[in-house]
Design a protein around this ligand. Sequence first.
Ligand code: UD1
Ligand code: CA
Length: 455
Amino acid sequence: MSNEQFLTIILAAGKGTRMKSAKPKVLHCVGGKPMLQHVIDAATKAGSAKNIVVVGFGREAVKNAISDETQIVVQEEQLGTGHAVLQAQPFVQDEDTVMVLCGDTPLLTAKVLKNFFEVHKKEKAEASVLTTIMPNPAGYGRVIRGLDGSVEKIVEHKDATIAERSVTEINTGIYCFEAKSLFAALKEVGHDNAQKEYYLPDVLAILRKAGKKITAVVVDDYEETLGINSRTQLSVAEAILHKRKNEELMENGVTIIDPLTTYVDADVEIGPDTVLYPSTFISGKSVIGAGCKIGPCTRLIDVQVGDGSVLSFTDGEDSVIAAKATIGPYVHLRPNTKIAVGVHIGNFVEVKNSNVGEGTKLPHLSYIGDSDIGAGVNMGCGTITVNYDGKTKHRTTIGDRAFVGCNSNLVAPVKIEDDAYIGAGSTITKDVPAGQLAVARSRQTNIEHWQDKRK
Ligand code: UD1
Ligand code: CA
């Protein structure tokens, strides 16, 4: 690791009792991803060479939920933040610079972390603490400064005197340390305090007494460092990320007609000149191209959309839509659907696990499941692929330029070759060769003098 780099120890072993949840606190999602992953991503973006996550409660769930490159360390018993950091020592070298973060601060940005690290280095400090002024500091550790303004110690809310509690500068729980000093000081930390825990912030007073240099960096915007302990605070974080993401998109050329009803997850990408109409929800790993119109009333989860496509009143999941497609209103795209350039899908159509070729039209009232449809196909109103026989799903294959008459049932497995025609109202159970017309319905009989006979 170069002198310009740091590694992180991210504390995430606690249960998060106040969440009242079976799930570890750090796995609760905001902006569509776990709080802990937000912290890991911010650290990586700020230049962290390695992220070590200390897990305890729900360790398997935490391991499975976060990115693979992360180093996991187990803290068997949660004896305090100081004890948690100690568990990571085997993965740290004496000459490393370590940034300590908490897994429950999803609003942190890479910019703040990068600046914090740079100041720590520039000041040649042994330890630095990131602080902020909190209008309502209850619950946080208070930063106690000496007459010369330097940090003397941090006092936990539960251990603080009335005078100390009136201090509004708080410990954000984010620190930079030179590793050798950190681990030396941690060995001296005791647990003679209100919570009978080994407090990490105690190392600051210990290092100060040993004559080491301590600095503090104050973050202007306290919101960035909010620690989430309850569902109420979770919703506050969600609202902040919601606003932040919309602003980022608008700065990059996306029009959002109604930001209040438009929700876009943190990792979603959207190209310039795309317009998002009201009541639109775009989440997961969705990527939307440039010049698209999305919404109103559209939900996309892990959907890719090519440039210039138009989607309205559409619910889509785990699907890929190429450029210049027009989808909606009232379309349901279920997982593993691939839609080629210029396709039109409209009015009450469901498509699942299917490929739809270039320029094909599925305009009205259809169910298309487990199908491979070629280019330039016209699927008449009400066409149904009969993909399920009660036991197994079967595929339907339709060649290029085929024409399927209205209200047809295509009983899979079945193949309709290029340029074939299907008469309206057919129930097709056999393959249709290229260029042929298949009609599979009973002939019409007209009964003469019917009314006369009835009388
Ligand atoms: C801590 C700080 C406090 C600071 C606040 C900022 C201490 C003693 N206090 O308090 O000064 O203002 O953060 O949010 O550090 N954890 C473990 N193992 C443990 C204990 C905690 O991994 O044994 C993890 C938790 O999962 C959590 C983080 O450390 O992610 C912070 O612990 P928490 O109990 O929330 O500390 P606070 O009381 O908020
Ligand atoms: Ca806490």
